[in-house]
Design a protein. Structure first.
Length: 307
């Protein structure tokens, strides 16, 4: 029995044609790829929008002061690095490194004071039973509703009578007195998630509150402490109003206050130097946040966990 050539070729043609039809799995992969591309484009556009001010600030550091107000474009017509040389020379007889050192000292001391006092206050509210603990805790939370501008004048009068104006004490001393209610509340919520069985076991072994706090509670609240340290450092580094009120000597200025010196020279403004020192002042914050970002995410994420 013989078969024709067309009868032999037809099944193969049909098989090839069937293989070319997209399967449901291929359709899903294609749809997933398209969705990924769309999300990537959207996120890239949002990232560009968010980062545009930082990019503009960096490129503007290479603009001469004469181009500000005349060249609205992003790219400078006559790029220069003279702005960085002006900034490195300092201003008002004070070198730039001194401003960085002042900001670093204030920020580091603020972090140490906030962590120490807030952790102790949080342990007292969360673990120590005493009369009026609920009222005191509610009063502390109530201080979050007070704007800083309401207490400026009373605080200034108090520090002036203590002869602490033109020093760093008004900026550092309150940090050691648990005045940051936000961080106290954050650590209190973290401690409350720790099982009390650990405290009771330590108490049975003869440990008091101090030993329990330093040996058991403190290591377990490390994510909350790191989160508090990050926010305290960033907020203190960027603080302008506090140093402006209490610090009068240029050699003691932190960076945010020193920035205004570049706009108060004989009624003129050196915009090139201003944007250059602004970008340099922003770098420590960016580096600090990038290095400790993982700890910040861990600290916030573990707030939802129950011990």
């Amino acid at each position: 029995m013989t078969t024709s050539t067309s009868e032999i070729a037809r099944p193969e043609f049909l098989e090839i044609e069937l293989d070319q039809e997209p399967t449901p799995e291929r359709r899903r992969i294609k749809r997933k790829t398209i969705n990924t591309i769309i999300w990537f484009v959207v996120l890239a556009a949002l990232t560009a929008i968010v980062l545009y001010p930082l990019i503009w600030l960096f490129i503007a550091t290479f603009k001469p002061s004469s181009e500000f107000g005349q060249n609205p474009g992003l790219i400078p017509d006559d790029p220069t690095i003279d702005n960085y040389f002006k900034v490195l020379e300092g201003i008002a007889g004070v070198p730039l490194w001194r401003f960085f050192a002042n900001s670093t000292f204030i920020a580091v001391m603020a972090v140490v004071g906030t962590l120490f006092s807030s952790a102790l206050a949080a342990y007292a509210f969360a673990r120590v039973q005493f009369k009026g603990v609920g009222i005191l805790f509610a009063a502390m939370i109530g201080t979050l509703l007070l704007p800083f501008h309401v207490v400026i004048i009373p605080q200034y009068i108090m520090f002036q009578k203590l002869d602490m104006v033109d020093t760093y004490w008004p900026l550092i001393l309150p940090k050691f007195l648990a005045t940051e209610a936000f961080f106290v509340f954050l650590i209190v919520q973290f401690i409350r998630n720790i099982p009390r069985d650990m405290d009771e076991a330590a108490r049975i072994d003869g440990a008091g509150h101090w030993r329990t706090f330093f040996s058991i509670i403190l290591p377990l609240i490390k994510p909350a402490l790191i989160t508090s340290a990050i926010f305290t450092f960033i907020w203190t580094w960027n603080d302008f109003l506090g140093p402006l009120l209490y610090v009068n000597s240029p050699e003691q200025y932190p960076l945010p206050v020193a920035l205004r010196l570049y706009n108060d020279q004989t009624s003129t403004s050196d915009y090139g130097a201003t944007v250059a020192v602004s970008f340099l002042a922003l770098l420590p914050i960016l580096i600090f946040f990038i290095v400790f970002q993982r700890f910040l995410v861990d600290g916030v994420a573990t707030q939802g966990l129950k011990g």
